[in-house]
Design a protein around this ligand. Structure first.
Ligand code: XMP
Length: 333
């Protein structure tokens, strides 16, 4: 629509004015906000933007390739994919405390990103001088960091964000989504040509599967979880609620599988199995501060369960999480 076209035109002019002939670096995660920011900035300044996509090895099935296809492929953006999965896995070895895991993942993420940003800055130094760091900060993030957060006496979970990073890197900030609410960001993304699957994606935590594998993170566990999770998400898209005409993916705010590192006995063919368990989690919420477990249709749960058990060798039991937040949280760690 014309309001959005106007808004885009204005944003493009503003970005070009602010950036001039300088270079911009953006940390691409595959999430909605950084994706829309990347698409917008790319439209404004093309090859002056370099996206850095840090793959920590804890992404969902095919996620890294999808991000690359979209940005390097369809949008023709400059994207550096850093495959850091081995570093992440080796630093996580033997660590099972959730907060310790979060700190390791968040810290290493920033380390890897900084190294890439410093390389790019050095490459550009003699030609272009200073450089910008672009972030997909949206209006609710701006409000949240304005003090409301400090009211909380206890940290339930430490979320990693890149606060202080621009100063440390000697970069200026570019935040073209700062005035927008989430629904406006999605609309902007669609108008910029991002596919609805990307724009309406459920949120995914920064530490990724690292907080969905209970206890110690191992590659073997991540591989099993990725397969189970992909089946769950696929079936949420396949099942439609007749009353609303919406899919169960659309009717839930967040849904995913969780890997439980315990083994239970099962039977398959004429053999006994002794394999791992996954839990399915699906919630409905408007603000993620409180949430209700989704009342998924039993037929959907049955389909997902039988597919996971039949298709994922190494998992022989599937459970459904029926806890609300509070007292449970959405993620299991
Ligand atoms: P909880 O589990 O606290 O999750 O009920 C609320 C929302 O926050 C997301 N979440 C995170 N996001 N880094 C993130 O970027 C994190 O460490 C993190 N922990 C939880 C969670 O996915 C849910 O949407």
């Amino acid at each position: 629509d014309w309001v959005m076209r106007d808004h885009i035109a204005e944003a493009l002019v503003q970005i070009r004015q602010q950036v001039g002939v300088e270079q911009v670096i953006l940390g691409l995660s595959g999430g909605v906000d950084s994706s829309v920011a990347a698409a917008l900035i790319q439209r404004a300044i093309g090859a002056q933007l370099t996206c850095v996509f840090v793959d920590h090895g804890l992404l969902r099935l095919n996620e890294g390739d999808m991000v690359m296809d979209m940005f390097a492929g369809r949008l023709q953006a400059r994207v550096i994919r850093v495959d850091a999965s081995e570093s992440f896995l080796s630093r996580l070895a033997g660590v099972s405390d959730p907060e310790a895991k979060r700190k390791i993942i968040g810290g290493l993420f920033i380390e890897v990103f900084k190294t890439e940003a410093a390389k790019l800055k050095a490459n550009n130094a003699e030609h272009r001088g200073a450089t910008f760091l672009a972030q997909g900060t949206i209006y609710p993030d701006v409000i949240e960091s304005g003090g409301a957060k400090s009211k909380k006496a206890v940290t339930i979970k430490s979320h990693h964000n890149v606060g202080g990073l621009p100063e440390q890197l000697g970069l200026k900030l570019l935040e073209p989504l700062r005035d927008l609410f989430k629904d406006e960001v999605r609309e902007l993304g669609l108008a910029l040509g991002l596919p609805p699957e990307m724009v309406y994606r459920h949120p995914f935590p920064g530490p990724g599967l690292g907080v969905r594998i209970l206890g110690e993170v191992k590659k073997e566990f991540a591989d099993l979880l990725r397969q189970a999770d992909a089946i769950f998400i696929e079936e949420l898209h396949n099942f439609t609620d007749p009353a609303t005409g919406k899919t169960w993916y659309q009717l839930t705010s967040q849904a995913f599988a969780v890997f439980l590192p315990v083994k239970s006995v099962g039977v398959m063919g004429d053999g006994r199995t002794y394999d791992y368990v996954v839990a399915l989690r699906a919630v409905q919420t408007s603000d993620f501060m409180t949430a209700d477990q989704a009342e998924l249709p039993y037929a959907l749960l049955k389909k997902v369960s039988s597919r996971i058990i039949n298709e994922v060798r190494g998992i022989n039991r599937v459970t459904y999480d029926i806890s609300s937040k509070p007292p449970a949280t959405i993620e299991w760690e």
